[in-house]
Design a protein around this ligand. Structure first.
Ligand code: SF4
Length: 346
């Protein structure tokens, strides 16, 4: 029998304040609840000792506290950890912890599957099942905190896992607000990045709602190729996407766009592609992240050689672009970009 009670983590802090006010509880108790759930990671209301006993009992009776349970945790040789988490309806959700020096980045999912069907992406090959709830998005952070080594903490969160965040925008915005809230996860706005494949009409809403980083999955600098790699380009072509970014008053040198470019051998890794990219993004405050393609079973695309990747990065730099060439992480456990497919282990 499914548990009919609502999920407490589906409540934003303002929504919980309103509920409390309507039921005779002081609204500021909502911040206390957030602190226990998100800052301290204590999920048993009985242990919330600064709340009155009666309220603790009511919360425990009326709400579900956990939206996701562990299905599997895999650790890569490079330290990357992929959590496969199970929602109440059995849907599987993947989140990935990526330690790198002082920083530990958590990559979270926003949908079960993805409707955008990018041709290099294992998630896209799954098709789309449903949006994740707010509770299911934030519970990825709560669960993955349990996978941290002692002394390790999540310093950055990126919305780059399964799904297109802008197609689940109201919940993504509420999740971001909890990540930034000083009583919840208390991350700085530059420590949170929301990625999009280019759902142009929703860019402004995101940029105005939350002051976090925006990443745009570009992968091609002309419509002919982008139509194939990122099919949503047929609805919102490059000119429209880039002009919208160029005109966005929220973006600037202190809040640049991060253009993501998956390097695919023989497809978009030629020096001419780099020159075209540099030309197209000129005038947009931005940085380019190059990620060599991660091979996976559903795709015939392959990564370029390290030399071809360096040549591409060098060409961009020569044209004044700020570039980071990333190492693929967690590829041995299918945790790298474009590999998340929530497969059950055989
Ligand atoms: S790359 Fe992102 S937007 Fe494209 S299909 Fe995969 S998950 Fe969806």
């Amino acid at each position: 029998m499914p548990d009919p009670r609502p999920q407490l983590k589906d409540q934003s802090i303002p929504a919980l304040r309103t509920r409390f006010a309507g039921s005779g509880v002081a609204p500021w108790r909502a911040e206390q609840v957030a602190r226990w759930l998100y800052a301290r990671g204590v999920e048993d209301p009985a242990a919330w000792t600064d709340l009155p006993q009666e309220l603790r009992e009511r919360l425990a009776d009326e709400w579900q506290i956990r939206a996701l349970e562990w299905d599997a945790l895999e650790r890569s040789a490079d330290g990357t950890a992929k959590g496969r988490l199970r929602a109440a309806d059995g849907a599987l959700v993947e989140a990935v912890l990526i330690p790198e020096g002082e920083r530990t980045t958590l990559c979270v999912s926003t949908q079960v599957g993805c409707p955008l069907a990018c041709s290099f992406c294992a998630t896209g090959a799954l098709g789309f099942t449903r949006n994740l709830t707010l509770a299911e998005i934030v519970d990825q952070v709560c669960r993955m905190k349990e996978a941290l080594a002692s002394g390790q903490r999540i310093t950055n969160v990126v919305f780059m896992g399964m799904g297109e965040p802008l197609l689940n925008l109201p919940r993504v915005i509420e999740a971001v607000r909890l990540l930034l809230h000083p009583k919840a996860f208390a991350l700085g706005p530059r420590k949170v990045t929301v990625s999009t494949a280019g759902v142009v009409p929703r860019l402004g809403t995101l940029l105005r709602a939350v002051p976090v980083n925006l990443a745009v999955s570009l992968h091609a600098a002309n419509d002919a190729l982008r139509d194939v790699l990122v099919p949503i380009n047929r609805r919102f072509p490059l000119d429209l996407l880039l002009e919208t970014l160029r005109a966005a008053p929220e973006l600037g040198p202190r809040r640049p766009v991060f253009f993501e470019w998956t390097l695919i051998a023989g497809v978009n890794d030629a020096p001419a592609d780099a020159i075209e990219l540099a030309r197209r993004i000129r005038g947009i405050p931005s940085k380019v992240n190059l990620i060599p393609m991660n091979a996976h079973a559903d795709s015939s695309y392959r990564p370029p050689s390290p030399e071809a990747c360096s040549r591409f990065a060098g060409e961009l730099m020569r044209h004044g672009v700020i570039v980071t060439l990333r190492r693929p992480r967690g590829a041995d456990i299918d945790a790298a970009c474009g590999q998340l497919a929530a497969r059950r282990s055989a």
